[in-house]
Unconditional design. Structure first.
Length: 405
């Protein structure tokens, strides 16, 4: 009898021990789940809380991209396919042989920090890459703070509608895209369930003035750029409308003359999701004295020419971009884009080999076997017409691998 009693006692002790272990294990698992739930925030995926900072959360993002290029016609930029770098007839490098170029300059990293003051969202965002001119130095792309509907700092301009671009492997994807990045103060607000309004004051860093007669003075910003936009978004349609006004100014100094002329822009763009597999987009711009706001013309003094009398002659600019995306299945997709831009009212005194008009087309095939990894190949063809009506054509192939994080 004692043996049976001891056996029952041992059994009960063992069962109690197992129950206790199970209970403790469940509690540990529950605590772990509670901790994980505390760390995660579905409104800010991939972020984590900053210890000791209250309700502040942060996230590190970006991607690594490796590019492998074969250029058929010897365009002058080995890292991006720009209209202005296509050799034209009459230039020393016209008819050059092709070359290969391998690089990882487009790799970028960013830091995103968010919080709330009462119910007002606050965000700080900094991003850089290694696409510096002539090297691989780290350069700043974005550095801004958002407080509610206000944005302060450097980021895409108020009239840069990136949604109109399909995915292009070449870094110079938006040759005919209007805009770029600038330091600014911007305000955006939803004014209707389908409409958003935006206004900005921006620093016009590049006057884009050509001085063929070598007159005394320097191009200088006296006033900021002012812009307005309206965005319509309903179902599978998104439309963009915008306009901006600024001043181009030349300061002649003690021995020269001062000159000014207005800069004006009107822009229209849109995105239409046709179905689950097909998407089209477009972007059209007309401007006076604003050629430098078109990505293809940046750095080519495409806004105005200072004539021999010290007067600024503004050039007119037009740009158009159309894009198409097709998803073959969940892992394969193709993108097609065509961009064209040109200047009118071009003075005869302008640099004869300055970019006057040009177009570039892209077509690619992209494979994305994993959410964070993709690879693909792209073919590009471009033309450039210069101020003296010389022409040049170039072709390029580009292969890439990309790892997002």
């Amino acid at each position: 009898m004692k043996t049976i009693q001891l056996f029952i006692l041992a059994f009960l002790m063992m069962a109690g021990d197992l129950f206790a272990q199970g209970f403790i294990s469940d509690q540990i698992s529950k605590k772990k789940s509670d901790d994980e739930a505390t760390l995660e925030d579905p409104t800010f995926p991939g972020s984590w809380p900053m210890l000791g900072k209250g309700n502040v959360r942060m996230k590190i993002g970006g991607y690594m991209k490796n590019d492998f290029i074969y250029d058929v016609n010897g365009t002058r930029d080995k890292t991006q396919f720009l209209m202005s770098t296509i050799p034209v007839k009459g230039e020393a490098d016209y008819g050059s042989t092709g070359y290969v170029s391998f690089f990882s300059k487009e790799t970028r990293i960013n830091l995103d920090v968010r919080s709330k003051v009462n119910s007002t969202p606050v965000q700080m965002f900094v991003e850089g890459d290694f696409f510096s001119t002539g090297g691989t130095q780290f350069r700043m792309r974005h550095a801004y703070i958002k407080v509610g509907g206000f944005t302060f700092g450097q980021t895409w301009t108020n009239l840069t509608f990136l949604e109109t671009l399909p995915f292009i492997i070449d870094f110079a994807a938006g040759d005919a895209l209007f805009g770029g990045r600038s330091n600014q103060i911007r305000y955006e607000k939803d004014i209707h369930k389908n409409w958003m309004f935006g206004a900005s004051i921006e620093y016009l860093e590049n006057m884009g003035i050509e001085n063929p007669n070598a007159l005394n003075g320097v191009a200088q910003s006296q006033l900021p750029l002012f812009s307005l936009k309206f965005v319509y978004n309903k179902n599978n349609t998104k439309l963009f409308f915008g306009s901006s006004i600024a001043q181009l100014h030349w300061t002649g100094g003690p021995e020269g003359v001062d000159a000014s002329t207005p800069q004006l822009d009107v822009i229209f763009g849109g995105v239409q999701q046709l179905d689950k597999k097909n998407r089209i987009s477009w972007n059209v711009n007309y401007g006076v004295g604003s050629g430098e706001n078109i990505l293809a013309f940046i750095g080519s003094n495409a806004n105005a020419v200072l004539n021999s009398e010290g007067e600024l002659v503004a050039m007119n600019s037009i740009s158009a971009l159309v894009g198409y995306t097709h998803h073959w299945n969940e892992k394969w997709s193709s993108n097609l884009s065509f961009a064209y831009g040109w200047l009118t009212n071009v003075p005869d005194t302008r640099d004869p080999f300055a970019l006057k008009a040009g177009g570039i087309s892209h077509i690619n095939l992209v494979w994305q076997p994993l959410k964070y990894f993709s690879t693909g190949i792209e073919y590009m063809r471009g033309t450039q017409r210069t101020a003296n009506d010389s022409m040049g054509t170039a072709n390029r192939f580009q292969l890439m691998t990309k790892f997002d994080f």
